[in-house]
Design a protein around this ligand. Structure first.
Ligand SMILES: *[C@@H]1O[C@H](CO)[C@@H](O)[C@H](O)[C@H]1NC(C)=O
Ligand SMILES: *[C@@H]1O[C@H](CO)[C@@H](O)[C@H](O)[C@H]1NC(C)=O
Ligand SMILES: *[C@@H]1O[C@H](CO)[C@@H](O)[C@H](O)[C@H]1NC(C)=O
Ligand SMILES: *[C@@H]1O[C@H](CO)[C@@H](O)[C@H](O)[C@H]1NC(C)=O
Ligand SMILES: *[C@@H]1O[C@H](CO)[C@@H](O)[C@H](O)[C@H]1NC(C)=O
Ligand SMILES: *[C@@H]1O[C@H](CO)[C@@H](O)[C@H](O)[C@H]1NC(C)=O
Ligand SMILES: [Ca+2]
Ligand SMILES: [Ca+2]
Ligand SMILES: [Ca+2]
Length: 552
C-alpha cells in the first residue's frame, strides 16, 4: 500500500480512530478523555505505551474539538494529519446537518477547519519534534520491526534447516505450510516422496514404522504409488483469506477481548490461510469468523491420507502477475525429483487491475499478463514432479462488490447508520489508499473500465493455457466461481452482502471460501475429472493405525 495523498494512511488512521473514540464516549456516556484511555486500555499491553504516547501528543486537541461536537474529519484536518494538497478535502463522517443547504459541503468543511484551527491555536505543539518518525518512538519501534519481518521473500521466518517449512504457526509457518516435523534436517519435510520411513517420518504425514507381519514400512505399503499430491496456492490476499476483525471497526464491539490476538493477527499479515478455500485445514475458533471450512487440501487429504500436511499457501496481499513471477513464486518449496506432484492453483483475481491510482497506467496490460504468467508457469515447471496439474483462475468481475454494498452501512457507521460503503470507498480513493481504486468507486465509468481490462487479462491467460505446453504439468483455465457462489447462496435464502468481508468491503469471507471449494470441485468433476486424484484404498487402515497423524 502506498502512503497515499491528502494525508493518506495516517489520515485514514487518525480519522477512523477519532471516530471510534467519539462513539465510545457516546456509548458509555463518558468524556472524550476517558474514552481515549478506554480505547488504549483495550489494546494488548505491548501496544498500550504507543497508544498513550499518541494520546499525550494529540489528545488535547482531539478532546477539545470532539467535546465541541466537531467531526473526526475536522479534527484530523485541524491537526494537519489530513491535508488537501490535491484541492479536495476527503470526508468520511457526515457533517452536522444544521448548516446544510446554504453552503456546499466542501465550503462548510473548510470553514469549520479554519474556525477549529483558531480555537485550538493555543494547544498546538511542534508535532514533528514530538513524534519525529512514528517508528522511532521507543514503544512503537517493536511494532514496526514486527511489520518489517514480513520481508519480501514470503518464507517462514523460523526455519532452522532452511527447507522452507517451519514448526511455528505464524510468520509463514504452519498456518501457511505443513509443519516441519524435523526442523534440523532439510531432507525431512512435508511433500517428500515415499522413502523408507522405517524409524522416522521423513515426509511429516504421520505415517512411519514397519509392519511386523510383512517387514514392509507402512509408508511403502500404504502410500507408495497411491497418487499422492500436495496442494499449492499461488495467489493474492483473497487466496490467503484476508480478514480484518469487524469488532475493531465497530464501536459497540470494541473490547479487550477483540484485541487479544492482535500479535497473532499481525504476524499472519491479517490472513487466515488455515481457514481458506485452498489450504484451510481446521474449523474456525475465531468468534467473528463463522461458517464451515472446506478446502482443496482437505479434499485431497480425504482422498488420500498420505497427503496429510502437504499444503503450501503462497498467497501474498496485493500480489499481481509481475510480483508473482519475479519473487513470490520462488518461495515454492518443491523438488521435482524428491517430492510428490502438486495440485497447484494460481489465482490472481484482481490486483492487476486494482492498483489503478486515478489512471489506467498502473493496470497490467494483456501482453504483460501473458508474459509474466508464462514466467510463473515456467518456474513452476522447473520445480514440480511430472504428473502435476496447474489450475489457473482468471480475474473476477469486481462490480459485484459495489452493486452489493454501496448503500449499506459500513461498521464504522453502525452506531448512527450514517457511513455507507460508497462513502468509505470514495474516501479511500480520495486518500489514494484504496485496495482497488477502479472497482471500489462510485463512478460507474471506472467500474466498467476496470472490468473491461480484467476480461482482456482473462483472455490472455486462457490463450496462454491453450498455446503453451509444459513438461511436468497440464494447465487448465477456469473463470472465477464468484457468480456461482452468489447464485448458490441466494438460492439457498442468503443475501449477497453476507458473502463479503465487512470491514474492507472487498474480500470473499468464510462462507464464500467454503462455497468456492464446493463449486470448484463440482466443476472439476464435470469438466476435468482427470485432475482429481484416485482414492487411496488404505485410508481406513491408516486412520486406524495413525489416528490424526500428528495433527498440525
Ligand atoms: C450521562 O452522564 C451524565 C453525568 O456524567 C448524566 O447527567 C447523564 O444523565 C448521563 N446520561 C445518560 C443517558 O445516562
Ligand atoms: C485547503 O487548502 C487551501 C489552500 O491551501 C486552504 O486555503 C483551505 O483552507 C484548505 N481547506 C481545508 C478544509 O483545510
Ligand atoms: C469441522 O467440524 C465439523 C462438524 O463438527 C466436522 O465434521 C469436520 O470434520 C471439522 N473439520 C475439520 C477440518 O476439523
Ligand atoms: C440500495 O440500492 C438498491 C439499488 O441499487 C435499491 O434497490 C435499494 O432499495 C437501496 N437500498 C437502500 C436502503 O437505499
Ligand atoms: C467518472 O470518471 C470518468 C473518468 O475519469 C470521468 O470522465 C467522469 O467525469 C467521472 N464521472 C463522474 C460522475 O464523476
Ligand atoms: C495463441 O494461439 C492462437 C491460435 O494459434 C494465436 O492466434 C495467438 O496469436 C497465440 N497467442 C500468443 C500470445 O502466442
Ligand atoms: Ca524447516
Ligand atoms: Ca525439515
Ligand atoms: Ca511418512
Amino acid at each position: 500500500m502506498t502512503n497515499g495523498q491528502n494525508g493518506g494512511v495516517s489520515c485514514a488512521a487518525c480519522t477512523i480512530l477519532t471516530g471510534l473514540v467519539e462513539q465510545l464516549a457516546e456509548i458509555y456516556n463518558i468524556s472524550i478523555d476517558d474514552a481515549l484511555s478506554k480505547y488504549c486500555g483495550f489494546l494488548p499491553s505491548g501496544f498500550q505505551g504507543a497508544c498513550t504516547a499518541l494520546v499525550d501528543v494529540y489528545g488535547p486537541i482531539v478532546i477539545n474539538l470532539l467535546e465541541k461536537k466537531e467531526t473526526p474529519d475536522v479534527v484530523c484536518l485541524t491537526l494537519g494529519i489530513c491535508t488537501n494538497e490535491t484541492g479536495h478535502v476527503c470526508r468520511l463522517f457526515p457533517l452536522p446537518s444544521r448548516h446544510r443547504g446554504a453552503i456546499s459541503e466542501a465550503e462548510e468543511l473548510r470553514q469549520r477547519v479554519a474556525a477549529a484551527k483558531q480555537r485550538v491555536h493555543h494547544l498546538r505543539r511542534d508535532y514533528a519534534a514530538l513524534l519525529p518518525d512514528i517508528c522511532k518512538i521507543p514503544v512503537i519501534k517493536p511494532i514496526c520491526d514486527l511489520l518489517d519481518r514480513f520481508g519480501n521473500d514470503h518464507l517462514p521466518v523460523d526455519d532452522v534447516d532452511g527447507d522452507y517449512f517451519s514448526d511455528l504457526q505464524t510468520f509463514r509457518g504452519t498456518s501457511w505450510r505443513g509443519k516441519d516435523c524435523n526442523d534440523f534436517d532439510a531432507d525431512v519435510h512435508p511433500g517428500r516422496r515415499t522413502v523408507d520411513d522405517a524409524v522416522f517420518d521423513t515426509n511429516c504425514n504421520g505415517i512411519f514404522g514397519v509392519d511386523g507381519d510383512t517387514g514392509e514400512t507402512y509408508e511403502k505399503k500404504w502410500c507408495e504409488g497411491t497418487g499422492q499430491m500436495g496442494t499449492v496456492l499461488l495467489g493474492d490476499s483473497a487466496g490467503a483469506h484476508f480478514h480484518i476483525p469487524p469488532a475493531w471497526f465497530t464501536s459497540s464491539e470494541l473490547s479487550e477481548e477483540a484485541f487479544k490476538d492482535l500479535f497473532f493477527i499481525l504476524e499472519n499479515e491479517f490472513d487466515w490461510p488455515m481457514l481458506s478455500s485452498s489450504t484451510g485445514y481446521k474449523n474456525s475458533t475465531w468468534p467473528d469468523i463463522s461458517g464451515p471450512v472446506d478446502s482443496t487440501y482437505l479434499r485431497l487429504r480425504e482422498f488420500n491420507r498420505c497427503n496429510h500436511r502437504d499444503y503450501q499457501n503462497i498467497g501474498v496481499n496485493g500480489a499481481r502477475a509481475s510480483a508473482m513471477a519475479d519473487t513470490i513464486v520462488k518461495s515454492l518449496a518443491r523438488d521435482g525429483l524428491k517430492d510428490n506432484p502438486v495440485f497447484l492453483m494460481l489465482a490472481l483475481i484482481g490486483n492487476d487491475v486494482c492498483n489503478g491510482h486515478h489512471d489506467s497506467s498502473h493496470m497490467t496490460t494483456p501482453t504483460e499478463f501473458y508474459q509474466k504468467n508464462l514466467e510463473t508457469f515456467r518456474y513452476v515447471d522447473s520445480k514440480v514432479a511430472p504428473g502435476s496439474v496447474l489450475l489457473a483462475t482468471g480475474l473476477v468481475d469486481g462490480r459485484i462488490l459495489y452493486d452489493t454494498l454501496h448503500n449499506r452501512t459500513h461498521p464504522l457507521g453502525s452506531l448512527h447508520n450514517d457511513v455507507t460503503y460508497s462513502t468509505v470507498y470514495d474516501y479511500l480513493n480520495c486518500l489514494d489508499v484504496s485496495p482497488c481504486f477502479g472497482w471500489l468507486n462510485s463512478n460507474k465509468t471506472w467500474r466498467d473500465y476496470t472490468t473491461e481490462r480484467a476480461l482482456q487479462l482473462n483472455k490472455a491467460l486462457k490463450e496462454l493455457v491453450a498455446n503453451e505446453t509444459f513438461k511436468n504439468f497440464k494447465a487448465y483455465y477456469f473463470d472465477p466461481t464468484v457468480p456461482q457462489v452468489f447464485e448458490y447462496w441466494e438460492e439457498h435464502g442468503g443475501e449477497a452482502w453476507q458473502l463479503i468481508e465487512p470491514v474492507d468491503g472487498f474480500h470473499p469471507n468464510q462462507i464464500s471460501n467454503e462455497l468456492n471449494t464446493k463449486i470448484s470441485w463440482e466443476l472439476y468433476r464435470n469438466y476435468t475429472p482427470e485432475v482429481i486424484p484416485p482414492i487411496n484404498p488404505y485410508n481406513e487402515l491408516i486412520a486406524q493405525k495413525f489416528g490424526d497423524q500428528g495433527g498440525y
